[in-house]
Design a protein around this ligand. Structure first.
Ligand code: UDP
Length: 328
């Protein structure tokens, strides 16, 4: 039985990874400091004897007794509002946290996969983004704490691979959605659906001409699983190339939810990328992977999930706006 450590296990992607690796017959060691993760996402797994949970911050030394076959490092705040609220932790988990995970991988002879991001491309000047594009990132802007931590994460991962011979995998994750996203994390999809459910107008930032490409979570998890099983150490984009403007996306959500609310326009956040679309040729060639779930199908499932949440979740105020993020 393979033993897998998943960091950020109580988060959106981490919780789906826990389920997938349990389904594959692995023993899953889940770790989270619960700053942005939520035990509700994994509480249904606690009864399984193949599952254990450590409440620990991976930016501090990690001790895991016994053998480890795989480490998947998914701990990190991942929404712009989150990393503005906790910028130092964001930098630390991408740098110190990754260093600790790599040290653990080296000590245990484990294969390590890191969660990188399309944010390494910044506000991209190449479209769609291929893995050999180096990016256009502002290191000192509000997103810099996330983008640069993730770029450092890739650099140290390649260094451990080249210098120490650690088996490493790098997935560059594009916008992903699905059940267990936090309703109030500020990201566009939960923001729009939450607004529709509360009977509020949908807030489009800027003129809505910026684009994103949304991947359903099950497709992403399949891509990650295949990448881990492959022998490919260079970065691989995983995402859905189906690109849409944010203004059109708001219209889709209005249709999906049947809300009679309208769209209102707010200032564009600082350094908000104008376009984002993965080129997935590499994933197709190396992993024989491409997304299967259309936006219409995925959005329906996700909407049903958000609708099923209790009212207190819907009205919980986290930090919907954050001073300094929005252009004055
Ligand atoms: N956005 C928006 N309204 C919202 C939240 C986000 O128009 O209530 C925009 C945001 O400015 C960005 C896009 O939607 O252009 C995606 O934002 P998100 O925070 O989901 O992720 P990003 O891809 O920027 O990391």
């Amino acid at each position: 039985m393979k033993r897998v450590l998943i960091t950020g296990a109580a988060g959106f992607l981490g919780s789906h990874l826990c389920e997938r690796f349990l389904k594959e017959g692995c023993h899953v060691i889940a770790m989270d400091n619960l700053i942005t993760g939520d035990l509700k996402n994994i509480e249904h797994l606690f009864k399984l004897k193949e599952f254990e949970f450590y409440h620990h911050d991976v930016s501090k030394f990690i001790h895991i007794p016994g053998e480890l076959d795989y480490i998947l490092h998914f701990a990190s705040p991942a929404s712009p509002i989150d990393y503005l609220k906790i910028p130092i932790q964001t930098l630390k988990v991408g740098s110190l946290g990754t260093h600790n995970c790599l040290g653990l991988a080296k000590a245990k002879g484990a294969r390590m996969l890191i969660a990188s991001t399309s944010e390494v491309y910044g506000d991209p000047l190449v479209h769609p983004q291929t893995e050999d594009y180096w990016g256009n990132v502002n290191p000192i802007g509000p997103r810099g704490v996330y983008d640069e931590a993730k770029r450092f994460q890739e650099a140290i991962t390649m260094a451990y691979h080249r210098y120490h011979g650690v088996e490493t995998r790098i997935v560059r994750i594009f916008n992903t959605y699905g059940p267990r996203m936090r309703l109030n994390d500020g990201r566009v999809l939960p923001a729009f659906i939450g607004q529709a459910l509360r009977g509020e107008d949908l807030t489009v930032f800027g003129d809505g001409s910026q684009t994103r490409s949304f991947c359903y979570v099950d497709d992403l998890i399949e891509g990650i699983y295949r990448l881990l099983q492959s022998d490919y150490a260079e970065p691989v984009n995983i995402g859905n190339p189906d690109e849409i403007t944010i203004a059109d996306f708001a219209e889709e959500i209005i249709k999906l939810t049947g809300t009679d609310q309208k769209v209102i326009y707010k200032p564009l956040p600082v350094d908000d990328p104008m376009q984002r679309q993965p080129n997935i040729d590499r994933a197709r060639a190396i992993l024989n992977w491409e997304p299967k779930v259309s936006r219409a199908e995925g959005l329906k499932i996700t909407y049903d999930y958000f609708k099923s949440l209790p009212d207190e979740e819907l009205y919980k105020k986290e930090h919907n706006t954050f001073e300094g993020y929005i252009r004055k």
